[in-house]
Write a protein that binds this ligand. Structure first.
Ligand code: GCO
Ligand code: MN
Ligand code: MN
Length: 388
């Protein structure tokens, strides 16, 4: 029986806002008390997490005075020391306060944009002081309900100026910090700019310091748009831009459900875990999800344990898939290459083009060839269902 106990090397992290989520939704009041940050650190230590992440105001409320702030930080640091938890990532809350109701970096109001920059500089300082090496940007309010209100080209330009300003700030401070931009198609805005992993990858190439900036894809966000999350993650990875990942689950095309990892789409979760493990992703496995609204604090622990346990079970299933001789045999057949086109391996040359011109193909034969994907998929399903 495999061991599904979370260990530090698994790099499982949670946000204060995830296990601290009080279960409020647009129709209902909180169902749980929100524990203090240091209490949440102890909760995460108890369930076996590696690290804890936070928005500036998850830790220090936006209106805290300096004395309150000092006490909160002291308690938080003590809890980190006591549990051995680390802070790998931090981020800014640029969405909760009414000042951000029409955006932060993309607001039409220059005062709001400046405040958002100031708030982020301070939050970066806070995150770095607690050890963060990755800084996430999720532009939840960077969007519109009515497109008459904002020029979308201006919005992208403003977003770029903000990220450029902040990468320069990080360099100027001498911080060892990378940025991970997190796309989401909608919610809380009707439409959010830079809605998918692909659009952010393109945006990053236009920045002053693209080498400092990658992406933080989230399962639920691509699934809200009905997209294939594995493909998005693979593209980010291939571009060297998978700096962080938000794991959770949800049904396609719904609101942002933020369910426990693996709660809904086991097959997608399996291919994702298999991908991360196969390519040797060494970053954080961050669970950006929360317990159902039906749960009390014990249920929150069940939720957190479940995220990690399901990840480890799927990791075990991926190892089984990789070791399954029938599956590997099928994959070898699908990818068989007799070397007759190796002259294409180095790309274009006039000689290669000439040889290709002269090549002949059994088009009907190739088109008629069965690929045995039915068998391959059934074998995969049987691994997932535990009979293989
Ligand atoms: C959401 C987002 C956020 C971000 C978080 C960190 O849909 O609410 O996923 O949880 O990940 O703000 O930037
Ligand atoms: Mn989300
Ligand atoms: Mn997220």
């Amino acid at each position: 029986m495999a061991d599904y106990t979370p260990k530090p090397e698994h790099k499982f992290t949670f946000g204060l806002w995830t296990v601290g989520n009080p279960g409020r939704d647009p129709f209902g009041e909180p169902v749980r008390q929100r524990p203090q940050p240091h209490e949440l650190v102890h909760l995460l230590g108890e369930v076996g997490a590696y690290g804890v992440n936070f928005h500036d105001n998850d830790l220090v409320p936006i209106d805290a005075n300096p004395t309150e702030r000092d006490q909160i930080l002291k308690d938080f640091r003590q809890a980190l020391d006591a549990t051995g938890l680390v802070v790998p990532m931090a981020t800014t809350n640029l969405f909760a306060d009414p000042i951000f109701k029409d955006g932060a970096f993309t607001s039409n109001d220059v005062r709001v944009r400046a405040f958002a920059l100031q708030k982020t500089m301070q939050a970066i300082d806070l995150g770095v002081s607690l050890g963060a090496r990755t800084y996430v940007f999720w532009g939840g309010r960077e969007g519109t309900e009515i497109d008459a209100s904002k020029n979308p080209v201006d919005a992208i330009k403003r977003y770029r100026e903000a990220i450029n300003f902040l990468t320069a700030y990080v360099i100027d401070q001498g911080y060892d910090l990378k940025f991970a931009l997190e796309p989401k198609p909608n919610e809380p805005r009707s439409d959010i700019y830079l809605p998918t992993v692909g659009s952010l990858l393109a945006f990053i190439t236009t920045l002053d310091h693209p080498e400092m900036v990658g992406v933080n894809p989230e399962v639920a966000h691509e699934h809200m748009a009905g997209l294939n999350f594995l493909h998005a993650v693979a593209q980010a990875w291939e571009a060297g831009k998978l700096f962080h990942i938000d794991l959770n689950d949800q049904k396609f095309a719904r609101y942002d459900q933020d369910f426990r990892f693996g709660a809904e789409m086991i097959k997608q979760a399996f291919y994702l875990v298999k991908f991360l493990e196969d390519v040797g992703y060494t970053g954080m496995r961050h669970f950006d999800a929360h317990a159902y609204r039906t749960e009390d604090l014990e249920g929150v622990k069940d939720f957190a344990r479940g995220c990690m346990r399901t990840y480890l079970i799927l990791k075990d299933k991926a190892a089984r898939f990789n070791a399954d001789t029938e599956i590997q045999q099928l994959l070898a057949e699908i990818n068989a290459d007799d070397g007759s086109f190796s002259f294409l391996n180095d790309g274009f040359s006039p000689q290669a083009a000439q040889r290709l011109r002269e090549a002949s193909f059994d088009r009907p034969g190739l088109g008629a060839r069965g690929l045995a994907y039915e068998r391959l998929d059934q074998l995969t399903v049987e691994i997932l269902l535990g009979v293989r």
